[in-house]
Design a protein around this ligand. Structure first.
Ligand code: DGL
Length: 258
């Protein structure tokens, strides 16, 4: 197990989505250094087979382990849903793996006032049942309505957020009959915080909207404290890697990290 406090936190996603998680972690733990990996050559993950997603995630994990990461955050709901168990089994002795599904499920389950919830995510996240099955165990009284929204991640990745096109796509999905009686909505894809404002505008505060960044710091903070792994460095040193350099990755990384 990596014990040295100078080791970075590895964070990965299929593309820019995980930057929303990375931005939250660096905001809440400014002394920690991160290594971010965006697998832009292979996105979207959401329509790929489980085998292929696991294969990509293994390669990225091995890369991040070589870089000495003490914690690896799977900042992708799709990868968290289908690859977390495999990664943890194969590499869990070398670093702590954190997925984005469990902290969100635990957080939502503790909200007693929520009894009817919507979940939107990629085809693979929704078909895996990762959220609904875990929520059913912790809160059998919650009614869960899951909807795959496969256009959203590629749309965001192509730079379409906060404009008319994204507004029309968001409206089309959220007006689906399955989501009409919900009190809360989970954005089960790390790309979606980039359109959270538009989703909130659509609901006009009638529905509470949550995403992976709302729950991740608790988990990472506990891990850093429990394992005495907090960085002793004064200044963080962040690195970003991509499997294919895209304009949208550069633009979004600048947006979050200057
Ligand atoms: N950001 C990702 C997620 O949270 C994946 C989007 C994709 O590549 O399809 O699921």
């Amino acid at each position: 197990m990596k014990e040295s406090t100078a080791h970075p936190i590895g964070i990965f996603d299929s593309g820019i989505g995980g930057l929303t998680v990375a931005a939250r972690i660096t905001r809440d733990f400014p002394e920690e250094s991160i290594i971010y990996y965006g697998d832009t050559a292979h996105l979207p993950y959401g329509d790929k087979s489980e085998e292929l997603i696991i294969h990509y995630c293994r390669k990225i994990s091995e890369f991040l382990l070589e870089k000495g990461c003490k914690i690896i955050v799977i900042a992708c709901n799709t990868a968290s849903s289908v690859a977390y168990d495999e990664l943890n089994k194969s590499y869990g002795k070398q670093a702590h793996f954190v997925n984005v599904v469990d902290p969100a499920v635990t957080g939502i389950a503790s909200m007693k006032e929520v009894t009817e919830i919507g979940i939107i995510g990629t085809q693979r996240t929704i078909s895996s049942g990762s959220y609904s099955s875990r929520l059913q165990i912790l809160r059998p009284d919650i009614k869960v309505h899951s909807l795959a929204t496969p256009l959203l991640a590629p749309m965001i990745e192509a730079g379409f957020y906060n404009n008319n096109i994204s507004e029309a796509v968001i409206e089309t999905y959220l007006s689906d009959s399955s989501l009409q009686s919900i009190q809360a909505l989970i954005l089960a894809c790390t790309h979606y915080p980039l359109i959270k404002k538009q989703i909130n505008d659509y609901y006009r505060e009638k529905v509470k909207v949550f995403d992976s960044t709302d729950f991740i710091s608790n988990e990472v903070g506990m891990l850093l404290a429990n394992q005495h792994q907090r960085s002793a460095m004064k200044k963080s040193n962040n690195h970003f890697y991509v499997s294919d350099l895209t304009e949208s990755f550069e633009k979004t990384t600048r947006l979050f990290f200057g």
